[in-house]
Design a protein around this ligand. Sequence first.
Ligand code: PAF
Length: 279
Amino acid sequence: MQIFHTVSEIRHCVQNWNSTCERVAFVPTMGNLHAGHLQLVREAKRHANKVVVSIFVNPMQFGINEDFAAYPRTEIADCEQLAIEGCDLVFLPSIETIYAPTAQTLVSVSQISKNYCGAARIGHFDGVATVVCKLFNIVQPSVALFGLKDFQQFAVIQTLVRDLHLPIELIGVPTVREADGLAMSSRNGYLNEQERATAPKIYQTLQQARDDLLAGQTIADVEERAISVLTQSGFDVDYFKVARRSDLQSAMPNDDALIILTAVKHGKTRLIDNLRLDR
Ligand code: PAF
């Protein structure tokens, strides 16, 4: 497995692969890899003969009071795991490589970035869209894979790829969960013992909401009940919303392709999760 830090190194390598008709899959990450990331790499190998993973903790997607400085950086262990998974190339750029001091360009996907996490984390999706666009231009993959735990992020990137006519196939990979249902996330490591013990309530509440919707309860009642259950269980609920999967607008009674989205603060840790529902 090769490890590169500069744009020219990676360009040169991918150009060589392209000249021998290798298909390149790309998995962008912020490192601190867990089983969810490794699942993305395994899935990537099914879609291409070369797999590139980037590890870059992107300062632009963190707000001023967020955890950029504390975000776990475990590059050596990450690279060891990636080598075992058969990753071909790891891109480990510096902040200056991605954001030259003279940089002026921002990529902003307006509408789909506005609600939910976008409302709570102002500028977050501009940071995600900008770095993903840069990484796509550097790596120039045929296919890119993202976890569906960050459902709104995936929708933002789908919109970006469509609007900018990027010739990249996007694949959303289902959320990998712990045995008790908690969605895997690098931020789970921030939870203390008691918070970790109660965190599975998030997924249980999503499942209950799905069952209640399928049983015919109204969207408003289901959302209200879920917020109350989570609040009583000690979570500070940012949102719990039933949305249309196509555009993430609030679901109407007759909509059938739905996604239930939630974000909560558990102690100091912000956790997100979602559940897909067809009715
Ligand atoms: O999902 C993530 O880890 C990040 O938001 C991403 C897509 C790597 C961009 O920094």
